[in-house]
Design a protein around this ligand. Structure first.
Ligand SMILES: [Zn+2]
Ligand SMILES: [Zn+2]
Length: 239
């Protein structure tokens, strides 16, 4: 079993844990047993569709997915957005612990192998950050995670989407653009073709799913075959 396997990894000396700095040796994931133990991994009773932890284990879908369908085919997450994982994502995103992209991306890679078929993906991409936030933080955490996932899967991760500029005044746009502009927050980058492609979409946290859903719709509207989603952390279903 994956989570037991993770906890029972053999740790020879040499390399240090990306979180606490303890020596761990040359292991598949640069995290020590203690720091891995702080993560609540998703093992069972998760929503079949979006991967969120279910409050009622007898159901197969979360309350959100029972109410409405999503544009993506399937979403999965590594762990619950609580305790250790919440802390690590905070360090990664806001304290700019860039080196956490490696172990966190590796955890996503393990979950991808568990829940998806690698051969199923033509393209790997990520949710773009707000330009402003990238400037503040210096990086887009979802892009770094997607790059690491791509390395593991031997598939290049590419930025396919851009955020619609929020600063463009509606009045300055042509009519067609105005209509486009109110439709959603993402558009395909120039020259990107996704027709008939199967896309793996990477993001850090799944909450309502609105963001990845909106991105998925952009791809489907442009003829993509299907979209699947992997995130690091997800919430619990609230009935
Ligand atoms: Zn550690
Ligand atoms: Zn769901």
């Amino acid at each position: 079993m994956l989570w037991e396997g993770l906890l029972n990894l053999f740790y020879p000396e040499g390399v240090s844990c990306s979180i606490c700095g303890d020596e761990i040796g040359d292991v598949e994931i640069d995290l020590c047993k203690n720091c891995i133990g702080e993560i609540e991994f998703i093992k069972d009773s998760f929503c079949e569709k979006c991967g969120k932890i279910l409050s009622d284990a007898n159901k197969s879908l979360c309350s959100d997915c029972r109410r409405k369908d999503h544009y993506f085919v399937k979403g999965r997450s590594v762990g619950v957005y609580e305790k250790g994982l919440k802390e690590y994502i905070y360090l990664f995103k806001y304290n700019r612990y860039r080196n956490l992209a490696a172990p966190l991306g590796d955890l996503m890679g393990i979950y991808i192998d568990r829940f998806f078929s690698r051969r199923d993906f033509d393209l790997i991409t990520y949710i773009p950050s707000h330009q402003e936030r990238i400037r503040e933080r210096g990086f887009n955490q979802a892009r770094l995670l997607a790059n690491r996932v791509g390395e593991r899967l031997n598939l290049e991760s590419k930025g396919l989407l851009k955020r619609r500029s929020e600063t463009i005044k509606q009045s300055k746009l042509a009519r067609a653009e105005r209509i486009e502009n109110i439709k959603g927050k993402f558009i395909l980058k120039d020259g990107i073709l996704v027709k008939d492609k199967s896309i793996l979409l990477v993001d850090d946290i799944y909450t309502t799913g609105a963001t990845v859903n909106e991105a998925s719709k952009v791809f489907l509207d442009k003829g993509a075959d299907k979209i699947q989603v992997i995130t690091l952390a997800t919430g619990r279903d609230v009935e």
